[in-house]
Design a protein around this ligand. Sequence first.
Ligand SMILES: Nc1nc2c(ncn2[C@@H]2O[C@H](COP(=O)(O)OP(=O)(O)OP(=O)(O)O)[C@@H](O)[C@H]2O)c(=O)[nH]1
Length: 284
Amino acid sequence: MTIQWFPGHMAKARRQVTEKLKLVDIIFELVDARLPLSSRNPMIDDIINQKPRLVILNKEDMADPAATKEWIAYFKERGIESVSVNSQAGNGLDKIVKAAEMILKEKWDRMRARGMKPRAMRAMIVGIPNVGKSTLINRIAKKNIAKTGNMPGITKAQQWIKTAKNLELLDTPGILWPKFEDPEIGYKLALTGAIKDSILNLQDVAIWGLRFMEDRYPSRLEERYGFKQLPDDMAAVFEQIGERRGCLSSGGGIDYDKVTDIIIRDVRSMQFGRLTLDIPPKKA
Ligand SMILES: Nc1nc2c(ncn2[C@@H]2O[C@H](COP(=O)(O)OP(=O)(O)OP(=O)(O)O)[C@@H](O)[C@H]2O)c(=O)[nH]1
């Protein structure tokens, strides 16, 4: 991920999504199921401007299943339909089609009432980098019956992926920017790999991750690193992990950078199991 989100890039991304909005009936807003709020673009409501929308919580296989259920209920309470899927395995694609049909039902009924022939629903995927947009598009494309080609003579025509199930998907997603002025959101995005590793101090990211594990999943932290509770002195924590995992620097001491990498890699490669980093808000 090399995109730096300067104001010019944001304006361009927004313009590209706005232009394509006219072509579709529904937006598939893809988020990371581990971060259902932090991986949303902060201006998404404004950008899609009343267009019907389905939130897709992708990478459900990496998220805490109980939390995913709570997040789906959270969106529902706010009038937003959502489904969870694992695009890598191709699980849940039927759920997407069903939910889209439900969301667009009234519009389709109106078209039928006017004597119009039902046509396929047209959708586009939007989301911040790394949430799995290309993976989902490729999954759907693999299951497709035919991929429509460019219209002759129109060099930049959109390509539509036709699925067997009355859905046509734009083959290029809309890429929007994440928001990471809030340090907490930044740590979460960094820990899941949604923003470049050079943006934040990785040791801070690793420490945030350890504190999160202590708070939410203490038994998994203990199992992996041997700490029931973390001492205030984080250097001691790094040293213990470093000793266990053989992270020695050339001078013989503990190599803190190696320990940092191990902690971050352990989260990303699910050594702590399925984690949801955005905590579903408690019901009022
Ligand atoms: N475990 C798991 N990994 C997934 C899933 N979907 C995507 N991935 C992985 O997430 C990473 C990012 O996926 P992409 O499809 O490249 O994400 P993208 O949103 O297109 O990313 P950009 O091109 O940066 O905008 C890849 O390593 C995928 O293999 C999923 O459902 N489960």
